[in-house]
Design a protein around this ligand. Structure first.
Ligand code: SF4
Ligand code: SF4
Length: 62
């Protein structure tokens, strides 16, 4: 099932928690912001949404 992964750059503080928690390495830190670089691998598990204290990550079914 395809998913879209969005990071709100204004909210992201670059803590890297989403990078660490994602089982399929969707995120990469670039200039202290999380960037979804591997969205095609997303499983829709929402671990990144749960771990982000800034509420900066959104997952959408597409
Ligand atoms: S967990 Fe949230 S604040 Fe931390 S790097 Fe990821 S998107 Fe940014
Ligand atoms: S929903 Fe799960 S698989 Fe998809 S980016 Fe977030 S942690 Fe990774």
């Amino acid at each position: 099932m395809p998913w879209n992964v969005l990071v709100n750059e204004e909210l992201c503080i670059g803590c890297g928690e989403c990078v660490d928690v994602c089982p399929v390495e969707v995120f990469e830190l670039q200039d202290d912001k999380a960037v979804p670089v591997n969205v095609d691998e997303c499983l829709g598990c929402e671990s990144c949404v749960e771990v982000c204290e800034q509420d900066a990550v959104n997952i959408q079914e597409i």
